[in-house]
Write a protein that binds this ligand. Sequence first.
Ligand code: SAH
Length: 454
Amino acid sequence: MVAPVKKNDRKIVLVEDLTHDGNGVAKIDGYPLFIQGALPQETVEVHVLKTLKNYGFAKIVDIKEQSPDRVKAPCIYFGKCGGCQLQHLSYEGQLKWKENMVRNVMKRIGKIDAQVLPVKGMQDPWNYRNKSQIPFTQTETGPIAGFYKSKTHEIVDMERCIIQVEEADKMMANLKKELMDIGLQPYNEESHRGMLRHVVVRKGRATGEVMVVLVTNKHKFPQKEAAIALIRKLVPNVTSIVQNVNIEKTNVILGNETITLWGKDFIEDTIGNVRFEISARSFYQVNPVQTEVLYKQALDYAQLSGDETVIDAYCGIGTISLFLAEKAKQVLGVEIVEQAIEDAKRNAELNGFTNTYFEAGPAEEVIPRWYAEGKKADVLVVDPPRKGCDEALLNTIIEQKPKRVVYVSCNPATLARDLRVLEDGGYKTKEIQPVDMFPQTTHVECVVLMSRVL
Ligand code: SAH
């Protein structure tokens, strides 16, 4: 394709869609131009920045016709920080866009024609994130902390983030100012020197408990006592301070070794009637208000009468499992992270469940073995990471024919792909319910009900 525009051209274009990065997309003779900050239905004058063979980039010079859904982004870091992509779109506009996006992805990737319901959104779509992973580094002017610019490892130095909890703001804004006083040097990615790589803050919304994890580049931590005192001063409601050691040259935030420095090894939270203990390395949904909406939907789709055996694949600390266990005969949960399975077992006990069984391992290996051992499920719930289900697991489902599959997914593209495999294997997609777990971003979670037809 020959680009119909070249660098430095000016054009007036109609924006048709948004990309996953939150850029507007306009087409000139079929050639897509990505325009930062532009919204669908807007007519904008753009300045072409760069053209490649199949697409180009442009910036807005003037908005000729504004989207009725355009709002002023409330965060001063919006456009620099890579965390949020949609603050310039009204919340209603975001929900509408997400609904359409899910519908289009289902059709395009999965050829799935099931009904996509309107997205279940939040009443107050701010300060919802109960977990923040804040990178620290050293600059010529001192330590900085914030979030990365989109698609880079460049930290935007920030004082607050209006989608995270207040305790995370305190760590972001204040810890860096006092780090040098206690001789704790932030990490430098290039030289692989310095001690403090990330600070992870996690809060139990219902209990108010807070965990602060200091990710360090060394095991030996001479400033430990001073760091504990400083954190307790900055966040008086902290209940757990943990060191996580990560000495690798890697983008992965947490290393394998965690040492409790002060307080408990975990924090507690409740969702619905169920109480959970969450340790540093276990997965826990980041939006507790919407997690309850999500799990209720999954439970609804499972249609349990009390006689069913349910398998919860990719169960994390057993959150969905315990929601299901209230209504099922038995729930079997499987998860690859051992510490999460330990949490799941403890959580079952904490809540008095005796009808659950948890095992650590890859779902695609453990579940076929369970079936071979005669542990059969009437309903199977899957909640895989972004890459979707392992093919071997999908094949097991197709062979073993549980009556219903409830698929919880944070990635519509891999969801559509997997639904297609299951449809070809004898299931029918009944309904798709998107839930907005991540307001102000382009992410969306979906819960899907599938029933066996063959
Ligand atoms: N259902 C849980 C966790 C969902 S996140 C909740 O709502 O909290 C996905 C989980 O899948 C993570 O805990 C991750 O550790 C786990 N996981 C990733 N690959 C896996 C695999 N192959 N087998 C089992 N679990 C896996």
